[in-house]
Design a protein around this ligand. Structure first.
Ligand SMILES: Nc1ncnc2c1ncn2[C@@H]1O[C@H](COP(=O)(O)OP(=O)(O)OP(=O)(O)O)[C@@H](O)[C@H]1O
Ligand SMILES: [Mg+2]
Length: 391
């Protein structure tokens, strides 16, 4: 992505009194992408969207659209439209009139209005519903009317704040796909706000993860999952089981050599250096790693055994070893394609492992509470700064 970005945000902050809703946020949005703002409630997602739309002014920083300063422009002068969470449609107007409304306000010639409305309704598959009133539509159809109302204005940028949150789960899944298809068809850049990681992962080309007003990471969904910058991001975009790091030994002369990492629960493990987040080598001295980083594993990488897996010395000598823990079999939840199995541990929270239904069946026969061993390759672990773990 080397072209000039459509939106460029530089060192942007927003204070409400002394409270920083956004702190020194810098990011670029590329033309034609679906860009998601993801983070827990109160992290500043809507505030950032409102600043882009012009309903809020930043306290500090720059906001450029196609290289031009947007901040002095009033909301209605920006080539930007917003779809709100409670998608507002006029109840007394037909679908067609709802979509035409914005163009009439702009005094567009009526034959152009007719054509553009027809085009927008076709884009959202509502051509046959043009004469209905909103109360004669389903929730998903009303949401599509709201989309047509903004698409008809052909914005450069479409901002969507939790656009699917008013829909039930099944419809939400269907609308995710529809929104992605629609975006591909119209080619307008979408910035979508969500606190639902699966929604962001399913829809976005790139995701910005925010927490407490700070930008944590901007990356593709796969990068976020596989190369999270810290424990907060890793935990927010999926599940991790984290173990506090007691010590790490890194070969100072060759950082490509395996790391020896010690945690209280797992003992000493040999790990490939590729499991370390970039910042571990850049701004964290080895001496600072202890107490400030975690060694983490995701549930899909954990294997379960009814007998102790033998400690293969040859494996432990190689660039990576296996971690191993003994516990007791907890609950088993059938999930359709796989099962989630709980491993109860002494003195710490349970682990969960995602295993095949066949494995789950075998475990089930041995009975709740029976001894069970969890093991995984250290090559599948993540060494992450933990300074940002949520409370
Ligand atoms: N006008 C305001 N005055 C004071 N504080 C505000 C104002 N608007 C937002 N905030 C605060 O700024 C923080 C960020 O709010 P924002 O609405 O951006 O969160 P969000 O990430 O969209 O959360 P949610 O997922 O709950 O919608 C919150 O702590 C909120 O209370
Ligand atoms: Mg919000």
């Amino acid at each position: 992505m080397s072209e000039a970005p459509i939106v460029s945000i530089k060192n942007l902050s927003k204070y409400f009194g002394r409270f920083a809703a956004l702190e020194n946020v810098s990011l670029d949005i590329q033309a034609g992408e679906i860009f998601a703002l993801l983070g827990p409630s109160g992290c500043g997602k809507s505030t950032l969207l409102r600043i882009i739309s012009g309903f809020e002014t930043p306290s500090e920083g720059e906001l450029l659209l196609d290289g031009e300063d947007l901040i002095p422009l009033k909301p209605n002068k920006r080539p930007i439209n917003m779809v709100f969470q409670s998608y507002a449609v006029f109840p007394h107007m037909s679908v067609e009139d709802n979509v035409a409304y914005g163009l009439k306000m702009e005094a567009v010639a009526s034959k152009d209005i007719k054509q553009r409305v027809a085009e927008s309704l076709a884009q959202v598959h509502l051509t046959d519903f043009s004469h209905r009133k909103p109360h004669q539509l389903s929730g998903g159809q009303r949401q599509r009317v709201a989309l047509a109302r903004v698409l008809v204005k052909k914005p450069r940028l479409l901002l969507l704040d939790e656009p699917l949150s008013a829909l039930d789960a099944k419809l939400r899944d269907a609308m995710r796909l529809e929104l992605v298809k629609l975006q591909e068809a119209v080619g307008i850049t979408f910035v979508i706000v969500t606190h639902d990681q699966s929604e962001a992962m399913a829809m976005a080309d790139r995701i910005a993860v925010l927490s407490e007003g700070k930008l944590r990471q901007v990356a593709t969904p796969a990068e976020l999952y596989q190369r999270p910058v810290d424990a907060f991001v890793a935990d927010f975009v999926g599940t991790i089981h984290a173990f506090d790091v007691v010590s790490v030994s890194i070969s100072e002369s060759d950082i490509n050599k395996p790391l020896t990492i010690t945690t209280n629960e797992l003992g000493e493990l040999v790990c490939p250096p590729s499991i370390a987040a970039d910042s571990i080598f850049i701004d964290q001295g080895v001496s600072q790693l202890a107490g400030q980083s975690v060694l983490a594993v995701r549930p899909e990488h954990i294997e379960l055994h009814l007998e102790a897996p033998h400690n293969n010395a040859a494996i432990n000598q190689s660039s990576h070893g296996r971690a191993q823990l003994m516990g007791r079999l907890g609950d088993i939840a059938f999930q359709g394609q796989h099962s989630i199995v709980e491993v109860m541990l002494d003195g710490r929270d349970s682990l969960t492992a995602i295993v095949s239904n066949t494995v789950a069946q075998t475990l089930h026969q041995s009975g709740h509470g029976s001894p069970i061993w969890a093991s995984w390759s250290t090559a599948n672990m993540l060494l992450l700064p933990n300074h940002a773990l949520p409370a």
